[in-house]
Design a protein around this ligand. Structure first.
Ligand SMILES: [Zn+2]
Length: 312
């Protein structure tokens, strides 16, 4: 009996050591975040199926806490949305503010934008899983309009809201749109190639942004990946998480990621693509390219057409 116990203890210890080894070597950490909940349906699943599949992928790969950035003003348009949000929370995930109706700051005046944030906050505050984080729709922080950018930053601080920035983006929304169009127009889709393109692009973007962060900050920060509530996530989120782990990444909670010291930094640059790493690199004078190449959607389209649709 004692022998069996000892053998078990040794096995457990060995499992812990081998699980911890890649972390110690690379130190790369990343949290997963999903925007635009409730999002319109994609080409393959009902909204309920999409949610259940995403939750299952997170659970099966041991991701204990992802963050979901909500547009509460869209809940009434999508039957069952409130119950789906409750499902994410019941599975251990957290919810935060992405404005009520997803306006773009560059096209919206300060008062209207802050009112839109407040509308979302009214719905969110006090709910289970709530976090006081705000993510800018389109990652638009006012671009070159410094007065507007500063006014919104002051407004967020007054409200006790922290910027829910991203550090890794690979335009998942673009591939979701491309595959939805392909299905609707009856084109033949190579699903394995679609999975590979989705997974590869997000892993590449994570690696690119981590290298840029190390050059900019001298260390690897806790990263935040931007994803959306998509059928691609419903299909391939598990593959993506496993691919990140295979590259030495540890998936961390959104709580841990947003506690990184970079959360306090507010770079003063007219942001373009919108990751915090890009803005910091720009502010500190690092040379281009400061953003992941396939966020150029012409390039992404070319990859999609060639690999997924088999076009020359
Ligand atoms: Zn959004």
């Amino acid at each position: 009996m004692r022998g069996a116990f000892l053998a078990l203890a040794v096995l457990l210890l060995a499992a812990c050591v081998s699980a911890a080894a890649p972390v110690a070597e690379s130190g790369k950490r990343i949290a997963l975040t999903f925007d635009d909940i409730p999002r319109h349906p994609g080409a393959f699943f009902s909204e309920d199926e999409r949610t259940e599949r995403m939750i299952t992928h997170l659970r099966e790969t041991g991701v204990e806490q992802a963050a979901f950035f909500l547009n509460p003003g869209k809940i009434a348009e999508r039957p069952g949305a409130e119950a789906r949000i409750a499902r994410y929370v019941a599975a251990g995930h957290v919810i935060a503010n992405h404005t009520s109706t997803h306006p773009q700051l560059s096209d919206t005046d300060v008062a209207a934008y802050l009112a839109n944030i407040d509308d979302a906050e009214t719905w969110l505050k006090g709910r289970e899983g709530y976090r006081a984080w705000f993510r800018f729709p389109f990652l638009d922080e006012g671009r070159s309009d410094k007065a507007k950018r500063d006014a919104i930053r002051a407004g967020l601080a007054e409200r006790g809201l922290q910027n829910g920035y991203v550090t890794v983006d690979a335009s998942d929304w673009f591939y979701e749109q491309a595959v939805t169009n392909a299905v609707r127009t009856g084109q033949e889709i190579d699903m394995d190639a679609l999975r590979d393109l989705y997974v590869e692009s997000h892993v590449q973007s994570a690696e690119f942004n981590d290298q840029l962060a190390r050059k900019t900050l001298g260390r690897s920060p806790a990263h935040v990946m931007l994803l959306h509530e998509t059928d691609l996530a419903a299909l391939y989120l598990g593959d993506l998480i496993r691919a990140l782990k295979a590259k030495g990444w540890t998936i961390i909670s959104a709580d841990e990621a947003f506690a990184d010291p970079i959360a306090k930094l507010q770079p003063d640059v007219p942001s373009a693509q919108g990751t915090l790493i890009e803005a910091l690199a720009w502010e500190r004078g690092l040379p281009a390219p400061r953003w992941y190449a396939r966020n150029n959607t012409a390039l992404a389209q070319k990859e999609f057409d060639t690999r997924v649709l088999g076009k020359e």
